[in-house]
Design a protein around this ligand. Sequence first.
Ligand code: ZN
Length: 425
Amino acid sequence: MKHIIILGDGMADHAVERLGGKTLLQFADTPYMDRMAREGRCGRLMTIPEGFHPGSEVANTAILGYDLNKVYEGRGPLEAASIGYDMEPEDMAMRCNFITLKDGTIITHNGGNLSTENGDKLIDYLNANLGTEQIRFVTGIQYRHLLVIKRASKHVVCAPPHDHPNEEWRKLLVESEKGWEDVHEPIFGIDGNPTGEVRMSGRETADLLNDLILKSQKLLSTHPFNQDKERKGQRPANSIWPWSGGYRPSMQTLMQHYPQVKTGSVISAVDLIRGIGHYAGLDIIKVPGSTGLADTNYEGKVAAAIEALRKQDFVYLHLEASDEAGHDGDLDLKLRTIEYLDHRIVEPIYKEVSQWDEPVCIAVLPDHPTPIEIRTHVSEPVPFLFWHKGIEPDSVQRYDEVACVSGAYGLLHLGEFMESFMKID
Ligand SMILES: [Zn+2]
């Protein structure tokens, strides 16, 4: 049996008054997801472990069966994997934004909508002036780059810049985590044994990061690109802002965990999801025109998923658009993204694999709800369905948050989802 997970990011929602008290999945026209729920078996899943924030990187890692307490290392290492930076065991990798400061406050977390091309120029400039054997900046996408520091500690408290618009940046500088001020952790090699080296303490790392932030501000404000922006009255990218750092994740691959998975792929427009897939041992397939929005290249993603599934055993197909519509609080757009997922992703994949001799099990689920009335992620159970040719159905007739409550699987937690999915063989 081959397996494909179709993930609609943030697709689950709450009952909405404008829809007569229905959720969006209940209201939207989704004949194929409903058909698969009717022919297949359903349940609900808690995707966010105790003590973790309901981030997509947390939920998607949990869906793939990993224990977040053992493998979670923040965004830095996931984005490193996505952009092809192979982390060494002594590295500490952080997401490094370019941001805009004015009069001592954070004006944007995106460096005035910086392009990748200009971001790359600024990264080269920072490396030329601040790069050392220990410190390296790596180009990512748009305003989202990477700062890698060898032998640094991840036990520092950093402020995600998008959470602090119009706040004073000086009050948001990096601090050591409590209790880690003077701790020098040992460094472990890829084999899991100590290398004999130790890391900088939390305090030393915080001091180094704050020094880099201050130096970057001096350097960036004199760069011709930013001076030109200032002259035009546009927002310059005049500071770096590192956050969400971590070490190389010690994730087993899916192949090590599930012998029936010999090869597999991840298809997503989102860096974090590609990074998770990389550490899970999956090939990253980049589909031209995949935007992470409602205008994404649905047909290209389906074609890539089907082609991968012909050759491989496992595909993780991730669609971001519903989450973005949820963050925008846009009811009509979110309904449309759900219907697109049904008509343009689920339907063609269902029709294709229905004709194959080789059996394929399909799972459909969101990673977390992004309710349009709250406009952010919540830690609540999500509905899922499993379908393959000849599966014995349960009583669920439709795919939505309410109908799946009476599914055969009941309420699963975290890794139980992947265990149950891979057991279908
Ligand atoms: Zn998500």
